[in-house]
Design a binder for this molecule. Structure first.
Ligand code: SF4
Length: 180
């Protein structure tokens, strides 16, 4: 059976994404690797929500070792206005490498369901990594299903984040500003 390793950004974007790939006849597993989520306690709350979703929807979850926050900051420092490019690459690269190492036939990301992310950038980085690492990137535009995914998680009472993840996005959200 075909398989896909899904980089999961949060439980709420993952729910519909898992169902979608199941419906395509492709066995989905999830990878948790999000060193872009700050502070660490926020990262742990989101991971806990993900663990809970895994049990409720019955799919395998791989949790990457460690918390590479320092790597994240080394990559984005000096490029704060276009930090998402470096953030996506860091997380998708780990997913593609893990997928290859563990014998999956492809990789993708739950970020493709979010209307808040730079969709074309994600697609471009996914395709670049597919070529670089030698594993298929499964692209799909699920943005119209964003609210369906939230409808799945609503009755589960999972922790719900208020900002994208990094300290920059937390500042932008609460101060209502845009870093440029
Ligand atoms: S805003 Fe979100 S996607 Fe962009 S760098 Fe921060 S955590 Fe990553």
């Amino acid at each position: 059976m075909k398989s896909v390793l899904i980089h999961c950004c949060c439980a709420h974007c993952t729910a519909y994404t898992i169902n979608y790939w199941r419906r395509q006849g492709i066995k989905p597993s999830a990878l948790w690797y999000n060193p872009n989520i700050h502070p660490y306690t926020e990262h742990q709350h989101r991971l806990e929500a993900m663990r809970s979703l895994t049990k409720q929807m019955d799919f395998p979850l791989i949790i990457a070792e460690g918390y590479d926050m320092i790597d994240y900051f080394r990559k984005v420092t000096g490029h704060e206005a276009e930090r998402c490019r470096y953030c996506f690459r860091l997380r998708l690269k780990k997913t593609a490498e893990t997928a290859l190492k563990r014998g999956f036939s492809s990789f993708t990301t739950s970020l493709l369901i979010s209307p808040h992310q730079e969709h074309d950038l994600l697609r471009g980085i996914g395709n670049e990594l597919a070529e670089e690492i030698g594993i298929q990137f499964r692209y799909v535009d699920l943005r119209k299903r964003y609210s369906d995914s939230r409808r799945i998680t609503k009755p589960l009472a999972l922790y719900r984040q208020q900002y994208c993840g990094c300290v920059y996005s937390e500042w932008e959200h609460y101060a209502n500003i845009k870093i440029d």
